[in-house]
Design a protein around this ligand. Structure first.
Ligand code: GLU
Length: 384
């Protein structure tokens, strides 16, 4: 029922293809030896052609660059250095795109490559630029194929995994559904590889809210081919859900999976609350920007923020962690260190150390007229 409802409203879908879904792993290779499978890429080109012919806009987020480059360079060690990984990404990305291009060409579909980094998404102007480019491509029935710009980004400024990237892209392009194709069936209620007797893992068909227990159940990945495991998928779903977009995690190694999804069958795990929309800019503040610091607020400020929808004032600040500049995103924690929201600060961390706990009149004396009444204005504030 819910799935039919989602399909009824569907116009634009983001499909994330994980490395293991388009790898030639099944041919007796270990996960570090395998490369790109042209057969699987062709398979997905055929399936996506059908989806496009049925009138949907499709945006792809595809992993596989590092895997393809690794195979081409014969670098099948587990301990690649960062430049080695980046070299793999550079060689693999062009091979990946070439393979997609050839597969889609057979179906008369043009594709376009977009490589994004956190710097692109964290800068509002570049974020909107990327959005406009994708719109222009979709208007012309071109399929954008997006990946992280791995060959130039280093660990600290990386988006890090394509589950997160696909969630950000789904919000960026205002999709009505994100489908994550991975090598697992979906979220299980316990570890499916667990050998404990009487503990049979069951697939969860629907998650209405991603809470700490769900995050714990998802655990971390132990697959060397992919960056994320179920954990990053669950976090990705949390991101899209708060934007009002459902996420479906399904097994991409099942050849019929997209037909099953588009006919509303109960496959994989659907993450969908049916509500919850923080729109555009606020979502970007909460889910795209990386927090540069932490503000711990007192109980009075917590109430003002959470219950009364007010701005954050210096008087309610207890502690500042991290060093950051004016305009950066920060996390806001209550006295128990529970995150209650995020926002953009009107002060740098040095000034905040100086004015924390002060009343407005005292601040004026302390730092002169160039002061802001609010540490974070409520227009720049997202409460969870
Ligand atoms: N961007 C990486 C690649 O193309 C994959 C990241 C991931 O698996 O999440 O190889």
């Amino acid at each position: 029922m819910i799935r039919q409802e989602i399909l009824k409203n569907l116009k634009r879908v983001v499909i994330k293809i994980g490395s293991s879904v388009i790898s030639n792993k099944n041919k007796g290779r270990s996960s570090l030896e395998c490369g790109l499978s042209k057969d699987w890429v062709r398979h997905y080109a055929r399936k996506i052609k059908v989806i496009q012919d049925n009138g949907y806009d499709v945006v792809l987020v595809s992993s596989g660059a590092i895997m393809a480059g690794r195979e081409r360079l014969g670098l099948n060690r587990a301990d690649l250095s960062i430049p080695e990984k980046q070299a793999c990404a550079a060689i693999g990305q062009s091979f990946l795109m070439h393979t997609y291009e050839k597969a889609f060409e057979k179906k008369d579909i043009k594709v376009a490559q977009i490589l994004l980094s956190h710097d692109d998404l964290g800068n509002r102007r570049r974020y909107l630029n990327a959005k406009h480019t994708i719109e222009a491509l979709l208007e012309r029935n071109v399929i954008p194929i997006i990946n992280e710009n791995d060959s130039v980004t280093v660990e600290e400024i990386k988006i890090g995994d394509n589950d997160t990237l696909s969630a950000t892209v789904a919000c960026l392009v205002d999709a009505q559904l994100l489908i994550i194709l991975s090598e697992v069936e979906g979220l299980y209620n316990r570890d499916p590889s667990s050998k404990i007797k009487g503990e049979k893992a069951e697939l969860v068909s629907h998650v209405g809210r991603v809470n700490e227990e769900i995050e714990r159940t998802a655990g971390k990945s132990n697959n060397r081919l992919t960056v994320g495991g179920m954990y990053t998928k669950v976090l990705a779903a949390k991101k899209t859900m708060s934007f009002g977009i459902p996420t479906l995690v399904v097994n991409g190694l099942d050849e019929k999976i997209l037909e099953n999804v588009f006919s509303g069958k109960d496959v994989g795990t659907l993450f969908w609350s049916g509500k919850g929309k923080i729109r555009d800019r606020k979502h970007w503040i909460a889910h795209t920007l990386k927090p540069a610091g932490v503000l711990i607020v007192d109980e009075g400020a917590r109430k003002a923020l959470v219950e009364m929808g007010k701005s954050l004032l210096p008087a309610g600040l207890k502690k500042i962690q991290g060093e950051f500049e004016f305009g950066k995103a920060v996390k806001i924690l209550d006295e128990e260190c529970k995150e209650i929201g995020r926002g953009l600060v009107n002060y740098n961390s040095r000034d905040l150390q100086q004015i924390k706990g002060m009343k407005t009149s005292a601040i004026k004396k302390s730092i002169g007229d160039s002061f802001y009444e609010e540490v974070i204005h409520r227009d720049d504030l997202v409460i969870f």
